[in-house]
Design a protein around this ligand. Structure first.
Ligand SMILES: [Zn+2]
Length: 518
């Protein structure tokens, strides 16, 4: 009798398009306690049946049931398989409850962003304790493997063992693509391992992951990148190396109108790198890095770009380092060699600072008032950049009759040099200024004046090039180099430094991806 009544009411609900269970949370107004109890009992028996099948109420609940599953619903879908995972659950076997639901969605996400014709993302498994996800891939039935040598498809020869490719981590889970590599029976190359579109060569990382890591390695330090994505410093380094090698192989070098050459110290001791930049108006980038700063080093750069491109270079900016000047003269004779303004100013500041330091020591030894202590930046900074305090300090200092003060005044006078437009007038100013300095009896300043005289023509080339190549460009690039080196707290080896600098400043092209992961 009771059964019949229930069946009848169930039929009524179904005919309204609502399931029996969903009506249970908002029971009909004419419900009776006895009926309700019966319905709860039926739901409970169903829940027990699901449990026997290894499923959990939270993942299979019908909307509206609040009886058995409410606890898991409150904890969230992840509750059972994530942070509240059963301790006894084996890591070898993924937990079915969450995984079925999760795998299906993960595969559809993957199909949307990382899918290659000829291959199927078949299934996904999640291992809770090792926090990893494995995605099984297989070749589509009837598809032909592509030869890794000649990039042409051929018949399958046999299958190799399973290979794991590391993919971009997903919400804190390490993701691996699992694929059984085939061998191709290639007509022209013989039996070769197939080429897969998501990987490169023998690397264990997928191309997407390599690009992802390299992208972040440009923004963060390599160590921070490794920590952020739960990988090792070596993996980040590998990723950057792959991207740099690809970029170097695919970049276009020419045409180059202007280059700048500079040296930079790296590691401990007197270890230098020669850096060659392109400093055209529309394109500033790092072109080449060489070990040491010798004639042989710099010659390698011209060997690399070849005589055609060398012949088209119009301007070369450099400092006064003799080997560089010699190579530029010999290999790139047609170009105008400009001595970089930045380096001249830096040399002048060195001279002034030497005078100040020596005089400060002398004052201290003679027991005089230490007027020169803490005045370094007062005399080295440009007048307009001084702070209020430094300005007052400088004004006091200028009242003394000191060598430092005279050197400072000479330095300030030399600033006018840069305002000239005509090389002839600039040359006249230079001659006059150097002869004043030579009479000043301040040895470091005299040495600097002699250097200027020796390089007179190269310095005036700055005006001949119509001041196109100001110090700003090379100074900016130099600062970027220093930042890159500092971000890594100093690279120990030349190879790593080279990779990092090319990556940061080379403006190298990158392989195209159908989907941008970052
Ligand atoms: Zn082949």
């Amino acid at each position: 009798m009771m059964d019949l009544r229930i069946k009848a009411s169930a039929g009524r609900f179904l005919s309204l398009g609502v399931s029996l269970m969903s009506r249970m949370i908002s029971p009909p107004s004419n419900h009776r306690l006895s009926r309700c109890r019966l319905r709860v009992a039926r739901v409970r028996s169903k829940v027990n049946m699901w449990r026997r099948n290894g499923l959990n109420t939270s993942t299979i609940c019908v909307p509206g049931i609040r009886s058995g599953s409410s606890k898991h619903q409150l904890l969230g879908q992840l509750g059972k398989s994530g942070q509240y995972a059963d301790k006894s659950a084996s890591d070898k076997m993924p937990l079915n409850s969450f995984v079925c639901f999760f795998a299906m969605r993960l595969i559809s996400i993957l199909n949307n962003c990382h899918h290659f014709p000829g291959f199927v993302n078949e299934s996904a498994k999640m291992y809770v304790e090792s926090k990893s996800i494995e995605i099984d891939m297989r070749a589509r039935v009837g598809s032909k493997p592509v030869c890794s040598c000649c990039h042409r498809p051929g018949p399958t020869y046999d299958h190799l063992g399973v290979r794991r490719f590391e993919f971009i981590p997903f919400w804190g889970f390490v993701v691996f693509l699992i694929y059984r590599m085939r061998r191709v029976d290639c007509r022209s190359c013989g039996v070769k391992v197939e080429e897969v579109p998501w990987g490169c060569g023998k690397h264990q990382m997928t191309t997407a992951y390599v690009l992802f890591l390299a992208h972040w390695a440009r923004k963060l330090s390599w160590k921070e990148t490794a920590l952020s994505f739960r990988t090792s410093w070596d993996k980040v380094c590998q990723a950057v190396e792959v991207v740099v090698q690809w970029g170097l192989a695919h970049r276009t070098l020419g045409p180059i109108q202007a280059i700048g050459v500079d040296e930079i110290q790296y590691s401990k001791g007197h270890k230098y790198l020669t850096l060659v930049y392109q400093i055209d108006a529309g394109c500033t980038r790092l072109l080449w890095i060489g070990k040491e700063r010798t004639v042989e080093t710099f010659e390698q750069f011209f060997d690399m770009i070849g005589t055609d491109l060398t012949g088209k270079i119009e301007f070369v900016c450099s400092d006064m380092w003799k080997p560089y000047l010699r190579v530029i003269r010999e290999r790139c004779g047609n170009a105008l060699n400009i001595l970089d303004r930045f380096h001249i100013v830096a040399k002048m500041n060195d001279a002034v600072d030497n005078v100040r330091a020596a005089e400060s020591r002398k004052l201290a030894q003679g027991g005089f008032e230490p007027v020169l202590t803490k005045t370094r930046w007062c005399v080295l900074k440009r007048n307009q950049n001084l702070t209020g305090k430094q300005r007052i300090r400088l004004r006091d200092l200028l009242q003394y009759n000191l060598q430092t003060v005279r050197a400072y005044l000479l330095k300030e006078q030399f600033q006018h040099f840069w305002n000239y437009d005509s090389p002839t007038w600039a040359g006249k100013f230079l001659d006059e200024w150097t002869s004043v300095v030579m009479r000043s009896r301040i040895e470091p300043m005299k040495k600097f004046a002699r250097t200027l005289r020796n390089h007179r023509e190269l310095i005036l080339n700055y005006f001949r090039a119509k001041k196109q190549f100001s110090s700003g460009v090379i100074e900016g690039l130099n600062n970027k180099v220093k930042v890159t080196m500092r971000k890594s707290y100093g690279f120990r080896t030349f190879r790593i430094t080279e990779i990092a600098l090319y990556h940061g400043l080379g403006k190298l092209p990158e392989p195209e991806m159908a989907h941008r992961f970052y």
